[in-house]
Design a protein around this ligand. Structure first.
Ligand code: AMP
Ligand code: ZN
Length: 466
């Protein structure tokens, strides 16, 4: 029987996964900064860790899965200001939209989703500990900084040399810092910005301290797995290590996992480059029933440590392959039940997943199994296909309903179709989240397609063709 190996960014090697407590695993994933809809690059990272959690659970481990929400940040403040919207309204709306996107991608709801603004107390305590240990100091401007030169292991995750980093042009030198690499733990309050009282004066936390304080509260001083996108290695995770190991004087994380980028052409998809597609924008172009699993499959069929380029062709190909799986399950009614791990194909699937989550091989095995189902027309084999897919969050829909797709109405304009029910549901959710701009946009979109909406008492919306 094979056992799980994980590529650990800290050692740059695949290592056997040995949990801290036998039979259990704690995992912390850096979540979204809630000022806007997630893009499909973010969706890739969140899908990867959803797959990791599912596979750990399928392997029999009791997993505690924590993914935070960053709800205090410069970008949030800027966006709220530019939209003339209270910060809390913006973050609430964005958190609700994020939950909707996650549900469409069939992402598990984490066991805990700590929000930064609800953990200010623990963060301040954490900074006090760092100050007592001589790792934090107060700058002349009222900010509190981490003193990087006083933490001997700095740079060990991203394997950067401090002197090279210091001389790098990208490091902005701020007068209040003793060293250009020092980073802010607590920002002194400025007029018009949210702030909390603290022993350091009124202010707000820096970004990095949130993950050290919240992971410690949720999973303990040392835990098994910490995940995030590739770009978070430096400085975010390097700084988390400095904070947590500096304060607690023990190892912070045993396995660091980083997922590779989703690219547009040769460039990382990112808001700052302006080359993003939001998850909901892509989902709106796909079938209302099939789209979520199709996007999930597109994001996960490649290996999580390989970069992936977004193209419409690849997305369509994912849809075709997925429909192939469901067609086999429609033709041969799957026997329900747990995975028969003694079957050779199940073993190969497990070996692939245990080899650092090698999804390309795992899906190739499912493909082979699909061929067997078609040939042998065996309900037991169809059941195995469904159950194996289920270990990583696939193939659980009713095949008939999946293949039929979303209920769509012919708009009569060049053959374009709109999924009325999905749009009506999205509009109701938008109204609930007080996103009236989006709600109006949907009404206009449906109107253009010849659909009239009638809002009835009790929040029910009926529709008819004009
Ligand atoms: P953010 O909200 O920008 O902090 O990003 C949330 C998560 O998405 C982080 O783990 C990022 O590393 C990850 N991420 C951002 N852009 C991409 C991308 N193009 N591909 C994969 N992951 C990404
Ligand atoms: Zn983080």
């Amino acid at each position: 029987m094979s056992s799980l190996s994980i590529h650990n960014t800290l050692t740059r090697r695949k290592e056997p996964f040995v949990p801290l407590v036998p039979g259990k695993a704690g995992i912390y994933v850096c979540g979204p900064t809630v000022y806007d809809y997630i893009h499909i690059g973010n969706a890739r990272t969140f899908s990867v860790f959803d797959l990791v959690v599912r596979w750990l659970r399928a392997s029999g481990l009791a997993v505690r899965y924590v993914r935070n929400i960053t709800d205090v940040d410069d970008k949030i403040m800027e966006r709220a200001r530019s939209r003339n919207e209270p910060i809390e309204a913006l973050t609430e709306r964005t958190v609700a939209a994020f939950a909707e996107d996650c549900a469409r991608l069939n992402l598990l709801v984490p066991d805990s989703e700590p929000r930064a603004t609800r953990y200010i107390g623990p963060m301040v305590e954490f900074i006090e500990t760092l100050e007592k240990k001589g790792l934090a100091y107060r700058g002349a401007n009222g900010d509190v900084y981490y003193s990087v030169r006083d933490f001997p292991g700095y740079g060990k995750l991203s394997r950067r040399n401090l002197d090279e980093l210091r001389s790098g042009e990208r490091v902005a030198v701020e007068a209040a810092k003793r060293d250009p690499l020092d980073f802010v733990l607590w920002k002194a309050a400025k007029p018009g910005e949210p702030s909390w009282p603290s022993v350091f004066g009124a202010g707000r936390p820096g970004w990095h301290i949130e993950c050290s304080a919240m992971s410690c509260r949720e999973l303990g001083e040392t835990f098994d797995i910490h995940g995030g996108g590739w770009d978070l290695q430096f400085p975010h995770h390097e700084n988390e290590i400095a904070q947590s190991e500096g304060a607690n004087a023990r190892p912070f994380v045993n396995y660091w996992m980083h997922s590779a980028f989703l690219n547009m052409g040769d460039e990382k998809m990112s808001k700052s480059l302006g080359n993003v597609f939001t998850a909901r924008e892509v989902l709106a172009k796909l079938d209302a029933v099939q789209g979520g699993e199709q996007l999930r499959f597109f994001l996960l069929r490649g290996h999580y440590r390989s970069e992936l380029s977004y193209t419409w062709d690849l997305l369509e190909d994912a849809g075709n392959t997925l429909r192939g799986f469901y067609t086999a399950l429609r033709e041969v009614n799957p026997e329900e039940g747990p995975v028969d791990w003694s079957h050779p194909l199940a073993k190969r699937f497990r070996d692939a997943m245990n080899d650092d989550f090698d999804t390309p091989i795992a899906f190739a095995v499912l493909h082979e199994l699909r061929g067997e189902v078609n040939r042998a027309r065996s309900p037991a084999l169809a059941g195995l296909l469904k159950a194996l897919g289920g270990t990583i969050g696939f193939l659980q829909a009713d095949p008939e309903a999946f293949l039929k797709g979303g209920v769509s109405v012919d708009a009569g304009k060049g053959g374009a179709t709109v999924d009325v029910d999905a749009l009506v549901a999205e509009r109701a959710a938008a109204k609930k989240a007080r996103d009236f701009a989006r709600a109006d946009e949907i009404r206009r979109q449906l109107d253009a397609a010849g659909i009239v909406l009638e809002d009835k008492p009790g929040g029910v919306t009926e529709w008819r063709k004009k």
